[in-house]
Design a protein around this ligand. Structure first.
Ligand SMILES: [Zn+2]
Length: 788
């Protein structure tokens, strides 16, 4: 929004106001205030130029300049990021619309929740009037994945055109839509990537990903947080944008690998999560198909739809459960900002298409050649303006669809239909499950007996249902019968992950107690410790950090800090040098007694970056020397805890008397791509203290253990204690997808192995999965309790 900051600007701005109000879209170019800067004037280069990235400060400065010079742009800081940078948004529309933003928010709120329109009989009539007056709300989000640099740069190009152009297409967009533009969902990463890119420019490492997580805690997993809402950036986006504006369309701009299609657009490939309304599927199909068709007509090549990306997990699609379509676009990457040249033969198939062959959901074929940042920004800006054009031209249709979703959601449930869920009060983890639902806009009725009722007949009942029920992922196979991998994971049943009793109840709703019970055996009979209040340790553990960043390391760090649990960081370099001490204060040196290895591929831990791929000081992994030091630490009395895939590293390198029974099996024989399984615990073991007999295990590329005599090692099989195992007589699958479950029945999921004076604890699952699986936090915290 314009603020007159200098008298010199006053004349130009008045001229612009007069011109805008009198000429209604036919304003000629001469009347554009010269003060509206092009991105290049502020950034010092034209976005899309090879090898040029902008700092976050410069992006913010550019939007501030737009705000000052254009009456179509209102720019604001919504909060602070994980690393204390401004998290910002620009609202862009016609000056007339910007003057009435509160009114448009009210229209959205009423269409989203038709109960607000009065008795059912009058709602449609009132809605018709609101639809006539309303605007399509379009949220454009850029840069959640910071190495995908095209989109935050494109945000300046999109904003500039909207702020300065006066052709009929732009006028129609400004009149009919309100654009909420987030230049980056992860501002911290903008600078992390730019700093590394600039530092390595002109070296052999130019164009590599930075050797640290580009989101302080979650790295790439920051786009897996759209229902757990753990990170401050997710919370700001949900609280201050989604829940305030309830956009009909969310355009989330990403980049994919370099070797596939040039561009992916929806529709998504199967499966669609069953709680996504049919109108959402219709909406993203119609808009995605229309855009790809328009792009093909304009000569764009290498476009695919209905491939690679599915619509299963709510972790990536908040809007699908909040009456807005998510339009994911994925443009092919270069090497950060450095161009690449691809031969046609180098293009590789991905799920659902072959970029070398024209097909019903791919084409026309891109023949290869140079691919650079300018190509990326060109694809991105063209997609964005087509999307806005559709949003403007089909405004009434978008608003009708939005209202129809709300109307379906709030309709009374017929006899026999699911009425809602009864949740037991959960005193643990600060009632995390209820808080998640409430943040997602779900209304919770607090019943007199202390239980909670989540009704389905409310606008976001479907969001609650998705998170409260068990997932049955479809057994999808390709033409050769191989399982088709999900794009992310297959389960998100929060009551299982958070150890909460939930009972579905049918309409008509009478007595909560008569309802059937699901997963009651998961909950501890004994009142254990609050898993989110771990007892302080006299000797705090070290969290191992490999030179090659691991998301799970970041998640673990976040969980520890969020729970005020003290820990130290032990780097690859330190462990390799045999340093397992720390400095708790000036002049004081302590010793670690416990080291935690987060989930990471064994090869990444052991070998790290390949020689020559990255600077020598961060290459080579833990290596033989590090393994030797680790072994010495254990036999002298240390405890080392390995999570999930890191356990395979331990078995191999420490020559433990264990075997991973699912190692090397083809997916047709065994497959668990992110699911909730059932394990049985030996609750007499200190690590399972306070736990129920049965609990969950988040399994994702997970090892499954069997005790064997290992002639190569010096640890006898008798040194292994099994603390958790998959049940012999029950189906291990609780939620998600599991193939070959028979193979793991009775096998171990959590073991302790004594070695010399110390011990090794192996988790064959992720006990702190994305800071959601609070049910198994106690297993992790107990394993970190070491008495030297
Ligand atoms: Zn991405």
């Amino acid at each position: 929004m314009r603020r007159i900051i200098a008298s010199a600007l006053l004349f130009v701005s008045l001229l612009s106001c007069v011109s805008l109000t009198t000429s209604q879209g036919t304003q000629n170019a001469a009347a554009i205030p010269a003060a509206i800067p092009a991105p290049g004037e502020v950034l010092g280069f034209v976005p899309g130029e090879d090898r040029k990235l902008a700092s976050w400060n410069k992006i913010v400065e550019y939007f501030e300049r737009l705000d000052q010079s254009s009456d179509r742009v209102k720019f604001e800081t919504l909060g602070q990021t994980s690393m204390n940078k401004p998290f910002v948004m620009a609202t862009i529309s016609s000056p007339a619309n910007l003057a009435k933003l509160e009114e448009y928010k009210q229209i959205q709120a009423q269409l989203a929740d038709p109960r607000k329109l009065g008795a059912p009989g009058v709602r449609d009539r009132k809605a018709k009037d609101l639809i006539a007056r309303g605007k399509t709300i379009v949220l454009i989000t850029c840069g959640i994945h910071s190495t995908e640099v095209g989109s935050y740069l494109s945000s300046t190009l999109i904003a500039h055109r909207l702020a300065s152009a006066n052709d009929p297409e732009i006028q129609s967009i400004l009149d009919n839509t309100i654009v909420l533009l987030v230049p980056s969902l992860n501002p911290d990463g903008v600078d992390i990537v730019k700093d590394w890119y600039d530092k390595t420019l002109g070296t052999p490492y130019e164009g590599t990903d930075p050797p640290e997580l580009y989101h302080k805690y979650t790295g790439h997993d920051n786009n897996r947080d759209w229902y757990a809402f753990t990170q401050v950036e997710t919370q700001l986006t949900v609280d201050k944008i989604h829940n305030v504006w309830r956009p009909q369309i969310v355009h989330d701009i990403h980049q994919q690998g370099a070797f596939g299609s040039r561009l992916f657009l929806p529709p998504y490939m199967a499966p669609v999560e069953p709680n996504v309304p049919r109108q959402i599927v219709e909406g993203y199909t119609q808009l995605g198909d229309w855009m790809s068709n328009e792009l093909r007509n304009k000569g764009f090549e290498g476009i695919t739809t209905n491939s690679t990306y599915d619509a299963w997990t709510p972790a990536r699609a908040y809007s699908h459960y909040h009456a807005g379509v998510r339009i994911l676009s994925e443009t092919a990457s270069a090497r950060i900002a450095s161009p690449i040249t691809l031969k046609f033969e180098e293009l590789r198939s991905r799920e659902g298409y072959d970029p070398q062959k024209e097909g019903p959901n791919f084409g026309p074929v891109w023949r290869g050649g140079e691919w650079k940042l300018g190509d990326i920004t060109k694809y991105m800006t063209n997609v964005a303006f087509l999307l806005l054009k559709h949003s403007a031209e089909y405004r009434v249709q978008w608003l009708r669809r939005f209202y129809a979703i709300g109307r379906d959601a709030v309709r009374p449930r017929r006899n026999g239909e699911l009425f809602g869920f009864i949740l037991d009060p959960s005193p643990t983890c600060n009632d995390m499950l209820s808080k998640i639902l409430e943040r997602g806009g779900v209304e919770i009725t607090y019943l007199p007996d202390g239980k909670r009722l989540v009704r389905m007949d409310q606008p976001y009942g479907g969001f609650a249902k998705a998170l409260l029920e068990v997932q049955r992922y479809p057994n999808l196979r390709d033409a050769e019968g191989h399982p088709i991998p999900p794009y992310d994971v297959t389960a998100h049943t929060l009551p299982l992950l958070m150890n909460t009793v939930v009972k579905p109840v049918k309409a008509p709703f009478r007595q909560p107690r008569s309802a059937p019970v699901i997963q009651v055996d998961m909950v501890a009979d004994v009142k254990g410790e609050d898993p989110c209040r771990p007892a302080p340790r006299t000797n705090f553990p070290a969290l191992y950090r490999a030179a090659m960043p691991a998301y799970d390391e970041g998640w673990t760090r976040w969980m520890f800090e969020n729970l005020s649990f003290q820990y130290g960081v032990l780097t690859e370099k330190e462990l390799r040098a045999g340093i397992t001490t720390f400095r708790p204060g000036p002049g004081v040196t302590g010793k670690y007694y416990t080291i935690l290895f987060p989930d990471q591929a064994p090869r990444q831990i052991h070998e790290g970056y390949r020689a020559g791929a990255m600077p020598p000081e961060i290459s080579g992994g833990l290596g033989e020397e590090g393994v030797k030091q680790l072994r010495a630490f254990i036999v002298q009395g240390g405890t080392v805890v390995f999570l999930n895939r890191a356990s395979e590293f331990a078995i191999d390198q420490l020559k433990l008397p264990l075997r991973n029974v699912v190692a090397g099996l083809p997916r047709t024989d065994f497959y668990v791509p992110g699911s909730i399984l059932r394990i049985e615990l030996d609750t007499t073991h200190p690590i399972a203290k306070g736990m129920p007999q049965e609990t969950v295990a988040w399994a994702e590329n997970s090892p499954v253990f069997e005790v064997v005599e290992n002639p190569a090692g010096d640890v006898p099989a008798a040194n292994v204690k099994i603390i958790g195992r998959y049940p012999e007589a029950k189906d291990p699958l609780l939620s998600g997808w599991l193939l070959g479950g028979e193979r793991i029945k009775g096998k171990a999921a959590l073991v302790e192995v004594t070695m010399g004076k110390g011990r090794v604890i192996l988790f064959g699952f992720r006990p702190q999965y994305r800071a959601q699986s609070t049910a198994t936090y106690p297993l992790l915290f107990n394993s970190l309790a070491t008495n030297p």
